[in-house]
Design a protein around this ligand. Structure first.
Ligand code: ZN
Length: 232
């Protein structure tokens, strides 16, 4: 077992999101586990010798309650009892990912791998969002039924995907360069730079000054990859 200090953030998330619901840990069991984890693995140690009195005092429990929590954690496989002497317990504390009940079954492993692969493809800067219908839908979903430029509501019958930097200027079909827009904006913008087109919408009073400012910010956010469409 690896005794290097683990990534505490990851461990904490696994504890909250997976371990507690999967093992149905009570508040007490979870507190005891977290306390023992903190004094072992988070310090880069595997084992701990402790007395039930020490444990109970540290987390304000009665000794009987602390003892039964340790027993339950041993039976769940979250702790491995190395020995029990009059001086106290020696246990090995397992990280959430090391606990047998936490290991993913084959179907779950496959699903996790699929999820990782699709994230990698989708959020890759070069991934083509035009080719796949579900990815096209994801761009429309990100704009929540509004034209990215003029903010009018667009129904699925009248919206289209617009390349912010036109394809004729080597604009890619990635999520950083595609927006959902109304047909009118798509046609009127044409080959013009998006910033110029937004300013024109403002001059024509189709956008207010705060709307223009917000659209220009959105354009920057888009280009820098901050507007990730929801995964299909
Ligand atoms: Zn529009």
């Amino acid at each position: 077992m690896n005794t290097k200090k683990p990534n505490a953030e990851l461990v904490w998330k696994q504890l909250e999101d997976l371990l507690v619901p999967r093992l149905r840990l009570s508040v007490i069991d979870r507190t005891v586990y977290a306390h023992l984890l903190r004094h072992t693995r988070l310090e880069g140690k595997l084992r701990l010798q402790f007395s039930i009195v020490w444990l109970a005092r540290n987390i304000s429990l009665s000794t009987g309650t602390a003892r039964s929590a340790v027993r339950r954690l041993v039976s769940h496989g979250a702790l491995r009892l190395v020995k029990r002497t009059r001086a106290g317990h020696v246990v090995e504390v397992r990280l959430p990912a090391e606990i047998r009940a936490m290991r993913l079954n084959r179907a779950e492993r496959r699903a996790a791998a699929r999820e990782l692969r699709s994230r990698a493809i989708v959020y890759n800067e070069e991934a083509d969002f035009v080719r796949d219908r579900s990815l096209r839908k994801a761009i429309h979903a990100r704009e929540r039924g509004q034209c990215f430029y003029c903010l009018r509501r667009t129904s699925s019958a009248v919206h289209c995907l617009d390349h912010v930097v036109p394809q004729s200027h080597s604009g890619p079909s990635s999520y950083r360069n595609l927006v959902s827009s109304c047909m009118e904006c798509n046609v009127q913008k044409g080959e013009k730079p998006a910033v110029d087109f937004l300013r024109r919408l403002y001059r024509e009073r189709r956008l207010t000054a705060p709307e223009l400012a917000a659209r220009l910010r959105a354009l920057d956010a888009l280009a820098s990859g901050k507007l990730r469409p929801p995964l299909p």
